[in-house]
Design a protein around this ligand. Structure first.
Ligand code: DAH
Length: 346
């Protein structure tokens, strides 16, 4: 019986060595290791042998079975690989063909601009704060020293929300500026404060090439002992140099915003004509990019900060205008039209 087992093994291995594909391999497995194989019947017949013979033949039979199984396991992956690489006429699978690239997304140009500006201020020690698009009348106007009769409270420029049930008073709105976050920060944080506040803002306005009912702003705030206009100018000058380049000239002029005193607007030398005067800058050579000022003492007081002890500067930047200036985009609506031919350029 032992001799029979050895012959069986030799034959099986010889055949295995010549096998070329999966089908042949399977029939080999059935033939030598299957339920009806001669090895299985030998194993079954062991019970009829005398004890001594049963022991030695049994051990050899099990050994042969284990050997054949392990050879089979080794052969399987080798066959699979050979099939993938060479490919016969019947099963062609060319794994050398490069895969189809998955289209890669990108950040929206406005998101890119926001990130760039936030990075500049974060590197100067500002931390990021966010409010919500739906805001209370109090933080958008009242806390910022904007009295009820101020034109920006006119229902024409504000998107008001329905009054809460049981009331006919409009107290909720879509914030008209991120300065509302400044009002919340002043109330919540203790000086020293350095925050930068990005977000969407809403105005009840008709859409045209330079206006949208929704756009982005970033407001900023610094509160500390001894903050002066020089800090305001230095910080914003640094921002302009980083964003527009070292050479870009900057101009500050007086302006009015109810929540700052004094208030200023900052302009940069026109990017198109370098200050000579062109259609884009209205032949002035300058383009306004942000509003700023020394936070009004009343605004600090309402938020629980003593204006005798602390002073503060604040600023607000409209975002869409910046990439428009930088890339010469003449219609703000392009940013939100979802036309990939436009968006893919950034
Ligand atoms: N909130 C103003 C606007 O939407 C911009 C602004 C001006 C923000 C001066 C400020 C500031 O923080 O100090 O037009």
């Amino acid at each position: 019986m032992i001799q029979q087992l050895d012959e069986l093994k030799t034959k099986a291995l010889q055949e295995l060595g010549q096998i070329q594909d999966g089908k042949e391999l399977e029939s080999w497995r059935v033939r030598y290791l299957g339920k009806k194989s001669s090895l299985t019947s030998i194993l079954r017949s062991l019970a009829t042998l005398p004890l001594e013979e049963r022991k030695s033949a049994g051990a050899r039979a099990n050994q042969v079975k284990a050997d054949l199984e392990s050879e089979l396991q080794e052969k399987e992956p080798a066959l699979r690989e050979a099939r993938l690489v060479s490919g016969t006429q019947k099963e062609i699978l060319d794994i050398s063909l490069p895969g189809r690239p998955l289209p890669n997304g990108r950040l929206h140009p406005i998101t890119q601009t926001l990130n760039e500006i936030l990075n500049i201020f974060v590197s100067m020690g500002f931390q990021i704060a966010e409010g919500s698009d739906v805001e209370r009348d109090y933080y958008n106007f009242e806390a910022l020293n904007i009295p009820a009769e101020h034109p920006s409270r006119d229902t024409l420029s504000t998107c008001w929300l329905e009054p809460e049930t049981g009331s006919d008073e409009h107290t909720m709105l879509l914030r008209t500026h991120t300065t509302a976050v400044t009002a919340r920060v002043i109330e919540k944080m203790k000086p020293p404060i350095r925050v930068i506040e990005p977000g969407r803002v809403y105005r009840y306005e008709a859409t045209d090439a330079t206006h949208l009912p929704m756009f982005y702003q970033i407001d900023g705030l610094a509160v500390d002992k001894g903050i002066t206009m020089a800090d305001l100018k230095g910080t914003l000058y640094e921002f302009a140099r980083n964003f527009f380049g070292e050479e870009r000239k900057v101009r500050f002029r007086c302006d009015y915003f109810p929540f700052v005193e004094p208030g200023v607007e900052m302009a940069i030398e026109c990017l198109t004509c370098n200050g000579k005067g062109c259609r884009l800058c209205g032949y002035s050579g300058w383009i306004e990019i942000l509003g700023a000022g020394m936070t009004h003492p009343e605004v600090l007081r309402r938020g629980g900060i003593d204006p005798e002890e602390y002073s503060s500067f604040a600023f607000g930047i409209g975002i869409e205008r910046l990439p428009m200036l930088r890339y010469g985009i003449d219609d703000i609506r392009l940013f939100y039209g979802n036309d990939l031919r436009f968006l893919r350029q950034f």
